[in-house]
Design a binder for this molecule. Sequence first.
Ligand code: AHG
Ligand code: MN
Ligand code: MN
Ligand code: MN
Length: 311
Amino acid sequence: MAVPLSVYLFQKKEEMEWLDDELILLLNEIATATKEIAGKVRKAGLLGVLGSAGKVNVQGEEVQKLDELANEILIESLKNCGKACQITSEEVEDCLIVSEKGYAVAFDPLDGSSNIDVNVSIGTIFSIQKDSIMKPGREQVAAGYVIYGPSTMLVMSLGRGVVAFTLDPESGNYLLSHPEVKMPEKGKIYSINEANRNKWTNEGLRRFVDSLKEEKYTLRYVGSMVADVHRTLFKGGIFIYPADKKNTSGKLRLLYEANPMAFLIEQAGGMASTGEKPILEVVPKELHQRVPVILGSKWEVEKCLEFIGQE
Ligand code: AHG
Ligand code: MN
Ligand code: MN
Ligand code: MN
């Protein structure tokens, strides 16, 4: 039988000295919370948790009921397990400080909110740093996401490659399904919201996208970062959410979207850049700061950076 997540983490203790009991407990707690979220997501229409919660969050977005529910489940779990010293959520304006030392967790409780009501894949993203989340993403001790898609998968990295688990509905366990996730060097898919094409602030980006069309790439854009990154991780290619005239630093948030995803992509052999520097080198200044995101296979990201540099 495939290895359950809890056994996998226990086994990894041997080869990863930084993987202490606190971090293992924290990871198991986050995984358990996402199982509860998966249960709500899969019955959303029956539980009356579709639609808007009737409030606007710190991002200026209309909060969906599932955003709020997923947020409550994660915060409750992290507080109860007592292993998180700081809790940062997309849905909470301030960082919840529990103690000075320990593991700082940042998460996007429900990513892809615009897809909730139309039953398209959504997810949860998490990032874990030692003591404080306000450090460059390069220092993450663990990061990952859960995608609530045709199957529920937990994809994560502890700093030694990328591994993926699939939730087994019979046992209720996350079972190891992909022991080593490696990105293809080059893909055939690009993923960007081309509706914003005329707003992109960098002319070179338009030329880059046109060059991919010349090379017969296909476009896939779900509108849930978790789904678009998951496809890019497994099939290769490139995902971009650039700066534009409306979102001058891009739309995606550094601490709980760009950093965890960049960590995974690099650990799987890909690249992740803001267009000016590797995402993992950005020094965070504000909790909810946004960065442009260009991530995927090395070949496409390097090609994109060439075009952007040429402006
Ligand atoms: P969230 O639902 O957590 O606020 O994130 C939504 C993000 C991300 O999931 C996705 O890549 C992006 O919004 C899509 O934005 P557009 O609809 O502007 O393309
Ligand atoms: Mn949101
Ligand atoms: Mn998100
Ligand atoms: Mn969200």
